[in-house]
Design a protein around this ligand. Structure first.
Ligand code: GUN
Length: 284
């Protein structure tokens, strides 16, 4: 059995499921549409938004891009979101981050209707994650759970160590693992003796955004290793938060970069759009 968790392959199964859902919804008279707002010209955002549009096209979801200039005023952005919230033909809305500094990100994310919030960044959806009863899950943690399930990784009773405490990945990841009965530890930049803690992990999830942060001495023999970040190493080569070459021999399962968590995050956005469309149309 391969140690490698093939995110691309698992994501393609999700995409097949989504494409079938889009077809079924279409046959019952419901087209599925995602609105993507992008403010300014951040090059990475452009790449991500193009991926999202391409992914939508692949599964038959209509994507509508709202590209606004970098000097867009808060009121104009809020007015657009209000308009999209009210449109019955739009099921999902996301505002690509980062947005320019003069804009109030918290207000923007809170303005998106929770039932259309396919990023699950709205405080109401964040609250549901805490309560363990959420329908829309943040895409990266949801994608990681899908991977672990697909690989039939035992979660109950296992020690899961999450490195990173971001609102987008670390915190919701910890909640999802807790919901599935893992014992969870969250580590971060102020953690004392992080290797001593990460070495206890049966499942280690690194979401730090630092190239090859997790080294072999930080890993227990036989652990499941999930790397979230995408970085460049000293030679400009794409690499993850985990020193793959050094850690792989100790791991029972490990995600590659690229082809690990990334494709799952992309797939889960489309799955969320389906969940949102079904919710809005009261379809199970
Ligand atoms: N920028 C980087 N990742 C994300 C994401 O998952 N959602 C949004 N809206 N912006 C991002």
């Amino acid at each position: 059995m391969s140690k490698l968790i093939d995110g691309k392959k698992i994501a393609s199964t999700v995409l097949d499921r989504v494409a079938q859902d889009v077809k079924d919804l279409g046959q019952s008279g419901h087209e599925v549409a995602l609105a993507v707002i992008v403010v300014g010209d951040d090059p990475a955002s452009r790449v991500y938004v193009n991926h999202k549009k391409k992914d939508c096209a692949q599964v038959g979801i209509i994507s509508l891009e709202y590209a606004l200039p970098a000097d867009t005023e808060q009121a104009a952005l809020m007015a657009l979101i209000t308009q999209l919230n009210e449109r019955k033909d739009i099921n999902g809305i996301l505002c690509q981050l980062p947005i320019p500094k003069h804009l109030d990100e918290k207000a923007v994310l809170s303005a998106i209707a929770p039932e259309k919030d396919v990023d699950a960044f709205h405080p109401v959806n964040v609250g549901h994650i805490m309560l363990g009863d959420c329908l829309l899950l943040p895409c990266t943690p949801a994608g990681i759970m899908e991977m672990l399930h697909s690989e039939e990784v035992e979660i109950t009773g296992k020690h899961c160590v999450v490195i990173g405490r971001s609102n987008i990945v670390g915190k919701p990841m910890a909640m999802l693992m807790l919901k599935e009965n893992a014992t969870v530890t969250i580590c971060h930049s102020k953690t004392v003796d992080l290797p001593a803690i990460s070495r206890q992990a049966d499942i280690l999830i690194a979401a730090v955004g630092r190239a090859k942060f997790v080294t072999a001495d930080m890993v227990k023999q036989g652990a499941v290793i999930i790397g979230v970040g995408m970085n460049r190493d000293e030679n400009g080569k794409l690499c993850g938060d985990v020193d793959f070459a050094a850690v792989e021999p100790k791991a029972s399962l490990i995600t590659p970069v690229p082809g690990g968590v990334g494709p799952m995050t992309r797939a889960m956005l489309l799955q969320n759009t389906i969940i949102a469309a079904k919710m809005q149309n009261k379809i199970k």
